[in-house]
Design a binder for this molecule. Structure first.
Ligand code: CU
Length: 138
């Protein structure tokens, strides 16, 4: 914010430099406390995706209250889905067609799977077979 503004004002830096030199000369009795001007480094780039959206290629499924959230998931071929169990009982994330099957996930555990084929996947938890999710991969 401050660092680069000097450049645009041509000629002014010369005046400023002269003023600083004069000040140093005037106050030059040994105490050079003003020499440590804080040269703040340029601020790091502002976070552009502060909306909380997951980066592309990465989707999130949460298992909570005996349900998959979202109940229908849209994914692209090559995207990775990370499934996290937020319930205190174990669940798994199993494709009825056999494309994937997570281990039983305890609370806080995750399983990730990268979809390689387009299609509609009917997912359930084989511990609680009425827990259902549809994953549409295009
Ligand atoms: Cu379950």
């Amino acid at each position: 914010m401050v660092g680069r503004s000097v450049r645009s004002v041509r000629g002014v830096p010369v005046v400023v430099t002269a003023g600083v030199a004069a000040a140093v000369l005037l106050g030059g009795c040994g105490s050079s406390s003003s020499s440590s001007t804080p040269t703040t480094p340029p601020a790091t780039a502002p976070t552009t995706n502060a909306t909380g959206t997951a980066p592309s290629g990465y989707l999130r499924v949460t298992i909570k209250d005996f349900a998959f959230d979202p109940s229908t998931l849209q994914a692209k071929v090559g995207q990775t889905v990370v499934v996290t169990n937020a319930d205190s009982v174990p669940h798994n994330w199993t494709d009825k067609g056999g494309a994937f099957k997570s281990p039983d996930l305890n609370q806080g555990q995750s399983y990730s799977y990268t979809f390689q084929k387009a299609g509609t996947y009917n997912v359930y938890c084989n511990i609680h077979p009425d827990m259902l999710q549809t994953v549409v991969v295009t």
